[in-house]
Design a protein around this ligand. Structure first.
Ligand code: MG
Length: 294
């Protein structure tokens, strides 16, 4: 039997009612959704608390409103993370050696003398025999960024291939070496805490290529002429972790080991002249303070 248009309408009426009700519901949901978004814009939260438990071993409460906020530091641009952040001290920007002296040799042995490493094209290069570079400023706990390159042309073997070093506090050597297919003792290759600990892995690039060290260093602590806490170091070589909060046994030595002897809380940073043409660029350092220090 053919249905009249009215009958047709009646047949679909319940569905129409459901649709209308549905539309109304959607409309009301959207309205409530919009109003919730409006409320979200104006939500407020406490900026801290004074009624929470005191943290074990700390003077501060959980979420303590009185705890000092960390100082702001502007980081390097996202696409150039190797550049210094705003609170870094620039030790070498590719232009001059104004932040450095050299450690004299011969009749000036140990005395500060004018540095004579070569500076050109945005890098400096070791001039063998002119002496270690010694920073004019002194540092203890620090974050240090160093870029270096071993000579592109391979000369010599083992420890004569691109040898230099970053001497923290002038005495704890983080080894620089061309460790690309270069057989040598493990605790003397690139990234080693020289004579003590090899790097966890060999993350070396080829000779002539720029490499990075990011060093996080905790200076040793002395009291009444005695060691109360050894030095610790974390090193990232070319983005790869090669030491993780590793204890340093004492000052660098060759074919023996040294014990700590007391020194100042801050000492100069030293770059080693090992008579090979290692290059450096983009050297910056940040003093590390403790938590809650401004
Ligand atoms: Mg060395």
């Amino acid at each position: 039997m053919a249905m009249t248009p009215l009958k047709n309408l009646m047949k679909f009426a319940p569905a129409a009612v459901v649709l209308a009700a549905g539309a109304a519901l959607i409309t009301s949901l959207s309205v409530s959704c919009f109003s919730a978004q409006g409320e979200k814009k104006n939500r407020t939260a406490p900026t801290g608390y004074r009624d929470t438990p005191v943290l074990p071993g700390q003077k501060w409460r959980v979420h303590d409103i009185d705890r000092p906020r960390p100082p702001m530091v502007t980081p390097a641009p996202f696409d150039r993370p190797w550049l210094p952040p705003s609170d870094a001290i620039i030790l070498f920007d590719g232009k001059d050696l104004s932040k450095w002296t050299a450690r004299g040799k011969g009749k000036n042995r140990g005395e500060p003398v004018e540095p004579r490493w070569k500076v050109e094209n945005g890098y400096m290069e070791v001039v063998g025999g002119t002496g270690d570079l010694v920073s004019k400023e002194k540092f203890g706990d620090c974050q240090l960024h160093v870029e270096w390159a071993a000579p592109a042309e391979i000369e010599g073997t083992s420890q004569w291939r691109g040898n230099s070093g970053v001497m923290l506090m002038g005495r704890y050597e983080m080894q620089i070496l061309d460790s690309w297919n270069n057989p040598t003792y493990a605790d003397g290759q690139a990234g080693a805490i020289y004579g003590q600990w090899p790097p966890l892995v060999n993350a070396s690039r080829k000779p002539g290529e720029w490499q990075t060290f990011d060093i996080f260093f905790e200076a040793p602590r002395f009291k009444d002429g005695k060691l109360v806490k050894p030095a610790y170091v974390t090193i990232i070589h070319n983005g790869v972790l090669v030491h993780h909060h590793q204890e340093i046994l004492g000052p660098v030595a060759h074919r023996k080991y040294n014990f700590y002897t007391p020194h100042e809380p801050e000492e100069p940073l030293v770059l080693q002249d090992h008579d090979t043409k290692v290059r450096f660029r983009n050297i910056w350092i940040r003093r590390l303070k403790g938590y809650d220090q401004q």
